[in-house]
Design a protein around this ligand. Structure first.
Ligand code: HEC
Ligand code: HEC
Length: 205
């Protein structure tokens, strides 16, 4: 019940975003390649793939890194010198790139799929597909990121950061609190299984 109320709220929290220019973003992307790859497919599974991510989501994350609301010793210096327009341009560029297909670990699919599709009922964990979609494509208008083809190792790390209570300050920031509220009820085994399952999700043809 609590989750249903959240979903309704989020639809009305549309943030003001600059219009991104992908060509300008490409010109700025050289510094990002060492970790996120030339086309946004990261070269190490502990770093996120940003190819194909919704620009609205990526732009928001860049702003959060810059102002310290999403603490990251790596990304804060990367965003320090970027203007709001630069962030919108970079997000537009990487959003147009295609994410490489990844596969789930067969040993983790059963548990991962059960959580993704049905949540964990006795612990108030909602089905992930309610927001991230049946094929992991998220929802750009609501700010729900793509999780399909995202590296499981990165997502395990993120879910643990959420679990430790990494919340974005600001009373109107609904999105920043959602995942902390979900991850805190999940065990490490459950986090690893659902992350592996999400890594293997693919958009329906
Ligand atoms: C030295 C490696 C490195 C470089 C260079 C780098 N990043 Fe990152 N990036 C990371 C890491 C690590 C994270 C995850 C941070 C965390 O959550 O702690 C990240 C996270 C992100 C995210 C959030 C992804 C998500 O799914 O939430 C975006 C967007 C991003 N980077 C964009 C960029 C852009 C644009 C540049 C170039 C201006 C850049 N990065 C340069 C390592 C790097
Ligand atoms: C009510 C909507 C909602 C539900 C349900 C939900 N999420 Fe999320 N999720 C979000 C939002 C919003 C964000 C981005 C948070 C932000 O921008 O600060 C997110 C971010 C994430 C991320 C980080 C992605 C990245 O690129 O850094 C992961 C991983 C994730 N969710 C996994 C899950 C899993 C696993 C479940 C199910 C157990 C789940 N989510 C259920 C809304 C939801």
């Amino acid at each position: 019940m609590k989750q249903i109320v959240l979903v309704v709220l989020i639809i009305f929290t549309g943030q003001l975003m600059a219009q991104g220019d992908a060509e300008k973003g490409q010109a700025l992307s050289a510094t990002c390649m060492a970790c996120h790859g030339t086309d946004g497919n990261s070269v190490n599974p502990i770093w996120p793939t940003i190819a194909g991510q919704h620009p609205q989501y990526s732009e928001r994350q860049l702003k959060l890194f810059k102002n310290g609301d999403r603490p990251s010793a790596t990304m804060m210096p990367m965003t320090m010198a970027l203007s709001e327009q630069d962030m919108a341009d970079l997000a537009a560029y990487f959003g147009q790139q295609e994410a490489k297909l990844l596969a789930a670990d067969p040993a983790k699919i059963e548990l991962g799929e059960a959580i993704y599709q049905g949540g964990i009922k006795d612990r108030d964990v909602p089905a992930c597909l309610a927001c991230h979609g049946p094929t992991g494509q998220g929802n750009p208008l609501s700010g729900y990121p793509v999780v399909a083809n995202q590296h499981a190792a990165y997502m395990v790390n993120e879910l643990n950061l959420f679990k430790q209570g990494r919340v974005v300050p600001g009373k109107d920031d609904v999105n920043g609190k959602i995942m902390a509220d979900i991850a805190k009820y999940m065990t490490q085994e459950e986090i690893e299984a659902v992350a592996s399952y999400m890594q293997g999700l693919q958009a329906a043809e």
